[in-house]
Design a protein around this ligand. Structure first.
Ligand SMILES: Cc1ncc(COP(=O)(O)O)c(C=O)c1O
Length: 398
C-alpha cells in the first residue's frame, strides 16, 4: 500500500510517516501488520472522542439508512443539521445563537472573514504573527511566514499583523479594522496561552473602535481545554467563533457561529453571501451531533484537566524544557528541534504516535483523544521518558 500511496496520492512532504492503517478504535490505530499504535495525536486534535466511537458510528449508520445528500446547504430542513445547530446554540454563550455549517476549518475562517467585512463595511483584518488558520487563499493570507506564503501571492488584501499577547500592539486596531482574528490558544506557534487577560483586552479594544473579534476555536474547541470552548477559560465572548476538527468526531466539518443579527446579513446584499454544497451534510452533521452529545453529557471535559496533571507528572526529564498548553492540548518543548525529531521518529518505532507542530520545531504535540485512559497515558509517557533517556545517553557518548 505504501508504494501506491507515494505514487498515486498527492503528497505534502517528501517523508510522510506512512503508517499503513488497517483499523482504529479508542486510543489505538492498528496497522496492516497487526501492530497496535497508541495515538497521542488523534488525527491532529480531530478524533476528540477516540477512534470509531460506538455512539458516532451508530449515528452515522442510522443516518446512512435514511438519506445522504439531498440539497445544497440551507435550502431544506434536515434533522441532523437542525439539531446540531440548536444544541450548539444551547451551549454557546449569548449572543452566539446561530451557526453556519461548512466543510472544514479553513472554510469556517473564510466565512468568518466574509461576515466581518460584510457586517462592518470595512476591509482591514488583523491577525497574529505565527498564527495558523488554514490553507485556502483567505486563511493563508492570515499567515505571516513569508517563505510559506510567497509562492502563492497575491493573497487577499488589507491584512495586518500584531504580536500575540503584546498589549502595545492593540493600538493598531482602529476604526478601519473590520475584525481581529486570533486563535484562542496559538497552536502551530507552540501552544501559546493568552496571558494577563489579553483576549479580554483585545475584545475591549475591538468594542471601542467598532471592530469584530473572531476567535479560532478549531483546535482548542470541543472539550480539549476543560471547557467546551477554549475562550470560556478567559472570561470573554467573541463576536464570531470558528469551529472544526474535534467537532466532527473524526468526520470533516467546520462551522462559524455569531449572533442572529450578524449571521442574518449573509442572506442579503448579496443574497447567499456564503454558499456551500455539502455544508451541513446529514451524515457529517449526525456524527457531529453525536460527538457534541457525548462530550456534553459525559465528564470528558473535567477529565481532560485531570489527565493534563497526569501528563505533567509523568513527563519529567531534563531534555523537556517546558510543557505548554491546557487540558489535552499540550506541547512538549524540547531542548532542540533535533531532539523533537528523534523523539517522534523513535516513538513511531515503539508504536506510540507523536507529531510535530507547524512552526515551533522544538515542540512535540500531545493531543490524544479526550477518552484516553489513565493507563494509556502512563504507558505513553513511559515510552517518551525512556526514549529521552536513550537520546541523552547517545548524546553523552558522542
Ligand atoms: C487553529 C486552526 N485553525 C484552522 C485550521 C484549519 O482547519 P482545516 O485543516 O480543517 O481546514 C486548523 C487546522 O490545523 C487549526 O489548527
Amino acid at each position: 500500500m505504501k508504494k501506491d500511496f507515494l505514487k498515486y496520492q498527492a503528497q505534502t512532504t517528501p517523508h510522510p510517516l506512512a503508517l499503513e492503517v488497517s483499523h482504529a478504535s479508542g486510543s489505538y490505530i492498528v496497522t496492516t501488520d497487526g501492530k497496535e499504535h497508541l495515538d497521542f495525536v488523534a488525527g491532529v486534535s480531530a478524533c476528540s472522542v477516540g477512534h470509531s466511537h460506538p455512539r458516532i458510528v451508530s449515528a452515522i449508520k442510522e443516518q446512512a439508512e435514511k438519506y445522504l445528500h439531498v440539497m445544497v446547504y440551507g435550502e431544506y430542513a434536515q434533522k441532523p443539521a437542525v439539531e446540531l445547530t440548536k444544541l450548539l446554540s444551547e451551549h454557546l454563550p449569548n449572543p452566539l445563537s446561530k451557526t453556519y455549517l461548512v466543510n472544514s476549518g479553513t472554510e469556517a475562517i473564510e466565512g468568518a472573514m466574509k461576515l466581518a467585512r460584510r457586517a462592518t463595511g470595512r476591509t482591514e483584518i488583523i491577525a497574529a504573527k505565527k498564527a495558523y488558520h488554514g490553507n485556502t487563499m483567505g486563511s493563508l493570507s492570515l499567515m505571516d511566514f513569508e517563505e510559506r506564503v510567497k509562492p502563492f501571492r497575491p493573497l487577499i488584501g488589507d491584512i495586518s499583523f500584531i504580536e500575540f499577547n503584546r498589549e502595545k500592539d492593540l493600538e493598531k486596531i482602529t476604526s478601519k479594522t473590520a475584525a481581529v482574528i486570533l486563535e484562542t490558544i496559538q497552536g502551530g506557534a507552540g501552544f501559546i496561552m493568552p496571558t494577563n487577560d489579553y483576549l479580554k483586552k483585545v475584545k475591549k479594544r475591538c468594542e471601542k473602535v467598532g471592530a469584530l473579534l473572531i476567535l479560532d476555536e478549531i483546535q482548542p474547541g470541543f472539550g480539549r481545554t476543560g471547557k467546551l470552548f477554549g475562550f470560556e477559560n478567559f472570561d470573554l465572548v467573541p463576536d464570531i467563533v470558528a469551529l472544526g476538527k474535534g467537532m466532527g468526531g473524526g468526520l470533516p466539518i467546520g462551522a462559524f457561529s455569531a449572533s442572529d443579527e450578524l449571521m442574518d446579513l449573509l442572506m442579503d446584499n448579496p443574497k447567499m453571501g456564503h454558499i456551500t454544497t455539502f455544508g451541513g451534510n446529514p451524515l457529517i452533521a449526525a456524527a457531529a451531533l453525536a460527538t457534541l452529545q457525548e462530550i456534553t453529557e459525559s465528564d470528558l471535559m473535567e477529565q481532560s484537566l485531570e489527565k493534563e496533571k497526569l501528563f505533567r507528572k509523568h513527563l519529567q526529564h531534563p531534555l523537556i524544557e517546558e510543557i505548554r498548553g491546557k487540558g489535552l492540548m499540550l506541547a512538549l518543548i524540547l531542548e532542540s528541534a533535533e531532539i523533537a525529531d528523534k523523539l517522534i521518529l523513535k516513538a513511531k518505532e515503539k508504536q506510540l504516535i507523536l507529531f510535530w507542530l507547524l512552526f515551533e520545531k522544538r515542540a512535540v504535540r500531545l493531543t490524544p483523544p479526550l477518552t484516553i485512559s489513565e493507563e494509556e497515558i502512563l504507558k505513553g509517557c513511559g515510552i517518551i521518558v525512556d526514549i529521552l533517556r536513550e537520546i541523552e545517553k547517545d548524546e553523552m557518548e558522542c
